[in-house]
Ligand binder design. Structure first.
Ligand code: GLA
Length: 367
């Protein structure tokens, strides 16, 4: 029997580069998804076809030597390998993948393909799994196969997203707080059309800098295991001995965690002005302290901040290209696009893509 599964991409409203520091994030699942159609095979072979790449690969699930090749198929094959190693014995399958999440734009097309693949392969093998465990395994596949030492945010939201809601996630306990998004506001995503191609090494470098910060701070604060456990006052107190760069990286993460908590309260009070202010501060901190923004992202944010009806604008995702997220009053959504897109194009000669999004549900079977 053939079955079809869908897993969404995401946009993060606030809480960037905090997930791998045991911190807080606030993503939303998007109405852009990756689809995986699966049908069983009698043997233990896995055949994966990509509609987007017009390409097909086939592997033997019993092959112990499977390794990453720097190819699109690393994502689905990595998931199959990680599931098998975790003891989920998979049935052979033919998998057809079609993605509509823009690739390399910071909207988590990789998590969408991992989660869609995992749901399809497990269902095809009559296996059930706890969703938190599945998020962890998909993340592990990305860590080990794509070589990106990412946190858990993207895989988690792709599984747990809910329509009309933002999800505040505590990346340490994996507890969630669902926050209703007011109907009169639009999430507008602006794609700079600059792909974050070189981002992976810079991402891993940021991660290592955070770990260096923790190592230093833990000498004075023995209960600290992640930047999540540190306050700005403590960072200031024990700053001697930290390099200037590591100090700024830590300051971003610590202040960003505080911003997510404040933003969740603001959203609960429906205080969009306060939420927007926190988005602006988040962008600055990512630009100046964490240094993961880019000229195009800064420009897109600056253009948006001048437009009427915009509560907040910031870069979203890992950075170095990709997209910005804008919180815009519904009645100004049309005008926003008419002003920002041509201005951005005039200055950069790049034609941006603009998506007016709604918060969607997480991964599910499509019947
Ligand atoms: C990428 C990673 C996430 C997260 C963000 C930055 O999207 O996949 O785990 O670290 O960058 O917030």
């Amino acid at each position: 029997m053939q079955r079809l599964f869908r897993a969404p991409g995401r946009v993060n409203l606030i809480g960037e580069h905090t997930d791998y520091n045991d911190g807080f994030v606030m993503p939303v699942a998007l109405d852009f998804s990756t689809y995986a159609k699966v049908s069983p095979r009698e043997d233990r072979r896995l055949q994966v076809c990509s509609d987007n790449f017009g390409d097909e690969v086939e592997i033997d699930l019993d092959d112990q030597q499977l390794a990453a090749r720097g190819h699109w198929s690393d994502y689905p094959i990595g998931v199959a390998v990680v599931l098998e190693r975790a003891g989920y014995r998979l049935r052979g399958a033919r998998l057809e993948i079609r993605g509509e999440v823009p690739i390399g734009s910071g909207l988590s097309s990789s998590a969408a393909i991992e989660v869609a693949t995992a749901c399809a392969l497990l269902a095809n093998s009559d296996l059930e799994i706890d969703k938190r465990e599945l998020a962890r395994l998909c993340r592990q596949a990305e860590n080990e196969f794509a070589g990106a030492h990412v946190g858990i945010m993207d895989q988690f939201i792709s599984l747990f997203g809910q329509a009309q809601k933002a999800l505040m996630l505590d990346c340490r306990s994996l507890e969630i707080r669902l926050l209703p998004l007011p109907d009169n506001v639009r999430l507008i995503i602006c794609n700079t059309m600059v792909k974050h191609e070189l981002a992976s090494s810079a991402y891993n470098e940021r991660r290592a800098q955070c770990e260096a910060g923790v190592k230093h701070l833990a000498k004075f604060l023995p209960n600290v295991t992640a930047l999540r456990d540190v306050t700005v006052q403590e960072l200031e107190r024990y700053r001697a001995g930290l390099s200037e760069v590591v100090y700024r990286r830590c300051r971003h993460v610590i202040t960003e965690n505080a911003r997510v908590l404040a933003a969740a309260d603001a959203l609960e009070r429906r205080d969009l002005h306060q939420f927007g202010k926190l988005m602006a501060e988040s962008h600055k901190s990512l630009r100046d302290d964490y240094e993961v923004s880019s000229e195009e992202l800064d420009l897109m944010v600056a253009l948006a901040q001048k437009v009427e009806g915009v509560y907040g604008a910031r870069m979203t995702g890992g950075g170095f290209g990709g997209c910005t997220i804008n919180l815009v009053a519904q009645e100004y959504a049309e005008q926003f696009q008419q002003i920002v897109a041509p201005e951005y194009e005039r200055i950069t000669k790049l034609k941006p893509e603009i998506y007016v999004c709604t918060a969607a549900n997480g991964a599910e079977e499509v019947r």
